[in-house]
Design a protein around this ligand. Structure first.
Ligand code: ZN
Length: 303
């Protein structure tokens, strides 16, 4: 049988300042690699970090500060405490929200947030709902953020993302062979070895990655609902230990073959990108941050 070109059109409708707006995304399956891409040309109109800064850096110019947020972003909006989840103006999924942990102040640094803000933000994200719900963050221009106001991004998917699917398949094979969750086994191994283990915070246990997907990768394995405090502590430790660096984070929901877990990585603030042909085309990251020294540094900020 020949190859097939599989694409799934996604139409997203939202109300923007009183007008109904429709955007179109296509999920396309690469017939050679078997991985999905999302094609959404409307996202080319997204503001850049530099354009945003050129318009001013304070509350008045910020689309994520109240009350501008309520007026300028699409409906429907979700509020939990001082946090708000609002539809992303440039979505790449049917349910794709921006979650602003605190809208009452122009928060540009994780240290300006308290635990309540982060707990509220994760609750607002949870209420978006969906089969596979991913909570994510790009922090800083080096990490791909276009807005300086600290925010999460949450999107729902009918299928696991490429990276999640690959882990689920390995998790299933491991569980069939051993009866144990592969991430639980990883944490037990890291605890035993001791070189990269970071600790337990609430309902999650954390380690620096042995073979990082990007510099400074940390992994948190979630075992209960109270894992957000650990996310907040570890992200603050990363940003304190590496000032000026960007951070990318993704929370992978639990699956019957794989525990829910969090991964976060650093993005180096060099003037050239830390993503090149090895990372993008060979999928074989070249890492410069030593994982064991990284864990030692983070432990000092987590103590
Ligand atoms: Zn703001």
């Amino acid at each position: 049988m020949g190859l097939r070109l599989v694409k799934r059109p996604v139409t997203i409708r939202m109300a923007v300042e009183g007008n109904m707006v429709e955007v179109h995304v296509e999920e396309r399956l690469d017939p050679v690699t078997g991985t999905w891409s999302r094609v959404g040309p409307h996202r080319a109109a997204r503001e850049t970090w530099g354009q945003r800064e050129a318009q001013g850096t304070g509350r008045a110019a910020c689309p994520f500060c109240s009350p501008t947020l309520y007026r300028a972003t699409p409906l429907p909006q979700i509020f939990v405490g001082g946090s708000a989840a609002v539809p992303n103006r440039y979505p790449f999924a049917r349910a794709h929200y921006v979650v602003v942990p605190r809208t009452s102040a122009h928060v540009t640094d994780l240290s300006q947030l308290d635990l309540d803000d982060v707990v509220n933000a994760f609750e607002a994200a949870r209420r978006v709902g969906g089969k596979y719900l991913y909570v994510n963050m790009n922090l800083g221009p080096h990490a791909g953020a276009s807005q300086p106001h600290v925010h999460l991004q949450v999107f729902a998917s009918e299928r696991p993302t490429n990276a999640h699917r690959a882990m689920i398949l390995r998790g299933r094979a491991f569980r069939e062979r051993t009866g144990v969750d592969i991430l639980r086994a990883l944490l037990d191994l890291e605890l035993e070895v001791g070189e990269r283990y970071l600790g337990r915070f609430g309902d999650a246990e954390w380690t620096a990655a042995f073979a990082p997907v990007a510099n400074g990768e940390v992994i948190g394995v979630v075992e209960g609902p109270n894992y957000v405090e650990g996310v907040w502590r570890v992200l603050r430790a990363l940003s304190s230990a590496y000032p000026g660096h960007g951070i990318n984070m993704a929370v992978f929901p639990p699956h019957r073959h794989l525990s829910g877990h969090v991964r976060a990585v650093l993005r180096l603030p060099t003037h050239t990108s830390d993503v090149g042909f090895m990372e993008l085309l060979h999928r074989e990251p070249v890492i410069v941050v030593n994982p064991e020294l990284h864990a030692g540094l983070l432990r000092r900020y987590l103590a």
